[in-house]
Design a protein around this ligand. Structure first.
Ligand code: NAP
Length: 294
């Protein structure tokens, strides 16, 4: 049996990550608030814990892949949380997209338990999590990262060490700020194309092969065109990322005006019931505002 690893949070991302840890031979314990989501992993050989503290008991590496600051706080520090049982010398890896402020607080709790924290949020989405092709953006010290590297490698194509604790969380918010603004502007641009009389496919191919072209524009425009909102990235999570980005940038005296506007589009989509669909559905309120329903 390999090293004892625990992973908490088996949503869109955590489920794929957990499966790759199992495939790599780690002895894996899983926890999810909604336990039924763990069944496939249990069938594949994972042990199911009924609380985060039970999952962390005896684990040398504990990974969190949770929705937001509140979920992360609950799982690490709440009643029956990881910190109740985590062993001395364990490496705690917070891979959720959370605020650097929360990471700094959590790092302090880890020290009290004589454990070490790495913030290691990811880029890539559902497909990359399933394929073990994520990129980890890591903050923390070298020795903790060295211990965590075999586990991180089993889930990723690259591990980028950006600096001390908090560096990964900061980088991730900058990354998702740019993504969120691009998705919001694409929603407006595509709505404009659809009302302009231009051939939609031709217009999109000009954008994709031109200067604005990006992997994100390619993937999200296809989902918008097909109205395929099966979840790769929940719309409500992008809204969360933009709001954390605004707070973090303000700490550096930067006013993210474009994030504010992008976030207002995502919030309008939440108000129309799209919060639990893919973020590409941010286009729908724009399409319907003037009575259109393509
Ligand atoms: P998700 O599918 O919504 O999963 C969220 C997880 O958090 C679930 O396991 C959920 O448990 C758990 N959770 C939520 N609130 C909780 C609470 N109060 N207490 C305990 N557990 C709670 O999200 P995801 O797409 O996997 O994303 C996970 C993280 O990675 C997020 O921070 C997201 O921003 C980030 N991220 C996502 C993507 C992407 O493409 N999806 C890419 C990069 C980074 P239940 O199952 O019980 O609800």
């Amino acid at each position: 049996m390999g090293e004892n690893v625990a992973i908490l949070g088996l949503g869109t991302m955590g489920a794929g990550m957990a499966m790759n840890l199992l495939k790599a031979g780690f002895s894996l314990t899983v926890y999810n608030r909604t336990a039924s989501k763990a069944q496939e992993l249990v069938d594949a050989g994972a042990r199911l814990a009924s609380t985060p503290s039970e999952a962390a008991d005896g684990a040398s590496i504990v990974i969190g892949m949770l929705a937001d600051d509140a979920a992360s706080r609950e799982v690490w520090t709440g009643k029956d949380g990881v910190l109740e049982t985590v062993k001395k010398g364990a490496v705690l890896i917070e891979s959720s997209t959370v605020s650097p402020g929360w990471i700094s607080e959590l790092a302090g709790y880890a020290v009290q338990r004589e454990a070490e924290l790495l913030d290691a949020p990811v880029t890539g989405s559902r497909a990359q999590a399933q394929a073990g092709q994520l990129s980890f953006l890591v903050g923390g010290n070298d020795s903790a990262l060295q211990k965590a590297t075999p586990a991180l490698k089993s889930m990723s194509k690259e591990i980028i060490h950006l600096g001390p604790v908090g560096s990964g969380a900061k980088m991730k918010l900058i990354n998702n700020f740019l993504c969120g603004v691009q998705v919001a502007s694409l929603a407006e641009g595509l709505t404009w194309i659809e009302r302009s009389g231009l051939d939609r496919e031709k217009a999109l191919s000009v954008l994709k092969s031109g200067a604005p072209g990006s992997p994100l524009l390619g993937a999200i425009s296809a989902r918008m065109v097909n109205r395929d909102y099966a979840v790769n990235f929940l719309l409500k999570l992008m809204t969360k990322d933009l709001s954390y980005a605004q707070v973090e940038a303000a700490n550096c005296d930067v006013d993210l005006k474009t994030a504010e506007i992008a976030r207002s589009l995502f919030e309008a989509a939440i108000a129309k019931g799209y919060g639990d669909e893919d973020m590409a559905s941010v286009i729908e309120p724009l399409r319907t505002r003037r009575g259109e329903n393509r």
